[in-house]
Ligand binder design. Structure first.
Ligand SMILES: NC(=O)c1ccc[n+]([C@@H]2O[C@H](COP(=O)([O-])OP(=O)(O)OC[C@H]3O[C@@H](n4cnc5c(N)ncnc54)[C@H](O)[C@@H]3O)[C@@H](O)[C@H]2O)c1
Length: 463
């Protein structure tokens, strides 16, 4: 918990330093696989667990690498999701997809079968909602597999502590683990990070992040229609349920939390926040039953007193804003111009980001710098060349800091990092034992409503 992003033994920064340069795609071609990894063949094999939008995208990023990995197994809890994903990947990478019917697994135990199709040193991709991250990671460690897992990785204290312990187990087995906080793999942001460390804008004294847009994803939900099962329905609308995803706050805002803390090289120690839900009735007259607020404004405090402000909103018709900023004693930086880590990043003297004040801007957006591709380049390079690589600890800490902001707003209390990490409420207990017939972790009342946060009333738990 005391580890900072930079002091982590396997931070991206150390990796880049150790490598001297970031390897280009061509530098990886022809590299043979050390025997300790991907035993039995030079071609890395991949299993996809969670065949939705991001899972399909992650496989595309993986198969696009110069070392040409092969997709050999897939698993999901919905047949249709797996079928759609398979078709779209197969159409693009015919020769790198070998997933016959008997290596396509539907169900909550499908992850085991999919990983059983790999050899030690191959790669398992975890792109389900976060509730299953620790379950899948545990099995991957047991099987000696390298992993790419999507963010966020936890939503509560118990699973965060569990994942931190697992990160150590993965290290002990020399496994390489990437976490989908891709900002840190954007070359523009890496250059910005370096410039800030070198003092270009002075001492950082304020950070700001905004993700404000209309209603997106599955953040707002009308009552469960009665099928599929309540559990499967909640999984399909995971942004609505804190147990599944950490809600809109964790799922949507974690990238800004992660990259702003990276620029500061540490995590905030406490926060408080304000927020609420303006409308709880859907346009057709049914109630919204999800557990989210529509607006969040969180003030984080670092140990040295520096503040980080994070504003999030899901509201149609309201001002959209999706960018992040760092302010220092000599100047400021636009960190993400648009989106989670959208170029260009730039630095300025003074606090006004005008053309005249500009000190540096990252290269033209026409120059390729796709952080989703880069994170796979870095992971496969670490696997093929046996470099230390484990992003789990910082993935967990970014998740805990994000959860801390959400929890503080939902309870209307000041919350410390220690309190969040050591909280005893587990949101999806027994996620490793779910079957298609299991009850959902939160069950609707007679009116179809679920427990929602009540700031100032429920102060020891979020729901
Ligand atoms: N890094 C990024 O920028 C980025 C972007 C999008 C999504 N994500 C993350 O990726 C994850 C998935 O998001 P998505 O948009 O792809 O959602 P999605 O709903 O499209 O995909 C999730 C898939 O996982 C499946 N699934 C759920 N539980 C499962 C289980 N126990 N076993 C097997 N399969 C299961 C679902 O049926 C679904 O097909 C989320 O954690 C999200 O935050 C990250």
């Amino acid at each position: 918990m005391t580890e900072t992003p930079q002091s982590s033994p396997f931070s991206r920064r150390d990796f880049v330093k150790a490598a001297g340069v970031t390897l280009g795609a061509s530098a990886l071609s022809g590299v043979s696989v050390p025997h300790v990894f991907a035993q039995g063949s030079d071609q890395l094999r991949i299993a996809l667990i969670g065949c939705g939008g991001r899972g399909t995208g992650a496989v595309v990023n993986a198969l696009s690498q110069a070392c040409k990995p092969k997709l050999v197994a897939m698993s999901d809890v919905f047949q249709q999701k797996l079928d759609n994903s398979y078709k779209s990947i197969k159409a693009k990478f015919t020769d790198q997809v070998d997933v016959p019917e008997d290596r396509r697994f539907i169900g909550f135990d499908g992850y085991k079968h999919a990983m059983d199709a790999l050899r030690p040193g191959d790669i398992a991709i975890f792109t389900t909602p976060l509730a299953f991250r620790w379950v899948h990671f545990q099995y991957a460690i047991e099987k000696g597999l390298n992993v790419f897992m999507e963010k966020p990785v936890t939503a509560d204290g118990p699973t965060s502590r569990r994942m931190l312990a697992m990160a150590k187990q993965a290290d002990a087995k020399n496994l390489k683990v990437g976490v989908g906080l891709m900002s840190r793999h954007s070359h523009a942001m890496q250059e910005l990070h370096k410039r800030i460390q070198d003092g270009e804008i002075g001492e950082i004294n304020m950070l700001r992040g905004y993700r404000m847009q209309g209603v997106i994803g599955s953040a707002f939900s009308e009552p469960w229609p009665g099928q599929p099962s309540e559990l499967l329905w909640q999984i399909s609308r995971f942004h609505s349920f804190l147990w599944a995803s950490g809600g809109a706050f964790s799922d949507f805002y974690i990238h800004h939390v992660d990259h702003l803390c990276w620029l500061k090289n540490t995590w905030p120690v406490k926060c408080h926040g304000v927020g609420g839900r303006t409308v709880r009735t859907a346009p057709g007259g049914k109630p919204w039953v999800d557990q989210n607020f529509d607006s969040y404004s969180v003030e984080y405090t670092f140990a040295d007193g520096t503040k980080m402000f994070l504003d999030g909103r899901c509201m149609n018709g309201a001002l959209p804003l999706y960018s992040s900023y760092a302010h220092g004693s000599k100047g400021m930086a636009i960190v993400s111009k648009n989106g989670d880590c959208g170029r260009p990043s730039s630095t300025y003297k003074g606090q006004n980001p005008t053309k005249e004040n500009m000190l540096w801007t990252s290269p033209d957006t026409k120059i390729p710098d796709d952080p989703y591709f880069n994170e796979w380049q870095d992971l496969t390079d670490a696997i093929l060349n046996n470099k230390p690589y484990n992003e789990v600890e910082r993935g967990v800490m970014a998740s805990v800091v994000t959860s801390m902001g959400r929890y503080a707003t939902h309870t209307a209390q000041e919350v410390t990092l220690d309190e969040m990490l050591n909280h005893e409420h587990e949101y999806a207990p027994g996620a490793d034992k779910f079957t298609m017939d299991s009850p959902a972790p939160v069950v609707a009342d007679a009116n179809g409503l679920y427990p929602v946060p009540q700031p100032g009333i429920k102060t020891k738990r979020e729901f």
